[in-house]
Structures are given as structure tokens and as C-alpha cells.
Design a protein around this ligand. Structure first.
Ligand code: SME
Length: 152
């Protein structure tokens, strides 16, 4: 394991124990955003929940962000529509990227599933280019799988 994988391994265990002790989805998302953000010192780490026909801002760490994103819009709305993780090495190259902050340079968005439906997304932004790769995708998908959401 390299340094990044070691951090993810520890993070996964922290999230596992957080999920064992808490069933409230918002509380769990809040602590998950906090531990991920603190481990890697990303620019912005947070959740958007599917509410009706929009994504609505959920628990996050970092500067203020857009509150609502339509399905198919930006990276988050595309992840919701396509139900798959998207890694964006350079946000300026992603057509339709929504710039909540001009500091954000690269991004990864992971769908959160409940019974095969996307019910939320985890969005992580970095102020550096090319921050995220396959290692991040694999570990973050494992991490969000502990989020058993009671979202209607
Ligand atoms: N960049 C995202 C919007 C959310 S903010 O980055 C927190 C997007 O294109 O969907």
C-alpha cells in the first residue's frame, strides 16, 4: 500500500465504525464529509441529495457552494443521470462544469445508491489539477457504500 492507500484504509475503518453507531443519514453524511475532508485536506467535500427533480446541497466541509443542481447538469448532475463515478482531472475541460468556486481545479463525484437508485452524490473538489485517480474512485466507492440512506 502506498501513502494514499494507507490513508484510505484507515478512513474506511473510521467510516465503518461511524456507520455502525449511527443510522440517521444526515448525521452520517456530516461526519463522513468531516473525516474525508480532514484526512486529505481537500478544497471542498460534501454531499448533494436527490430531492424531487434536483440535487440539493447536503452536509459539507469547505466554502459555501451552489445549493441546487438539475439532473444532467454539471459533474454532479451527470453522475446522477449516468449512475457512475466521474473523475475530472481538469474542471476546465469538462463541458458544463459548475464552478461553485474558482479555486476548484479537479473533482471526483461518486453516486450513493439505495436499491440501485441514485439517492445522493459525494462531491470532492481539489484546488490542484489531477488530484483524483482510480485509487480514489475505488476507495471512495467503498466508503460511500457504508451509507445506508433513509432518504425517501
Ligand atoms: N462542480 C460541481 C458543482 C458542485 S461544487 O463543486 C461544490 C458540478 O459541476 O457539478
Amino acid at each position: 500500500m502506498n501513502e494514499k492507500e494507507r490513508k484510505y484504509d484507515l478512513l474506511l475503518r473510521q467510516v465503518q465504525s461511524l456507520a455502525e453507531g449511527e443510522t440517521d443519514a444526515i448525521a452520517l453524511m456530516a461526519n463522513m464529509a468531516a473525516v474525508i475532508h480532514e484526512t486529505f485536506h481537500f478544497w471542498w467535500t460534501g454531499f448533494y441529495r436527490v430531492v424531487g427533480d434536483e440535487l440539493v446541497l447536503g452536509p459539507f466541509q469547505g466554502p459555501l457552494a451552489c445549493t441546487r443542481i438539475a439532473r444532467g447538469r454539471g459533474v454532479c448532475g451527470t453522475v446522477w443521470q449516468e449512475a457512475r463515478t466521474i473523475v475530472v482531472p481538469d474542471v476546465h475541460q469538462f463541458k458544463g462544469h459548475i464552478a461553485c468556486s474558482s479555486a476548484s481545479q479537479s473533482e471526483i463525484v461518486i453516486p450513493v445508491f439505495k436499491e440501485k437508485e441514485v439517492v445522493a452524490v459525494l462531491d470532492i473538489d481539489s484546488e490542484y489539477l489531477h488530484t483524483f485517480d482510480e485509487t480514489d474512485r475505488i476507495w471512495l466507492e467503498k466508503i460511500v457504500s457504508f451509507l445506508i440512506l433513509d432518504i425517501d
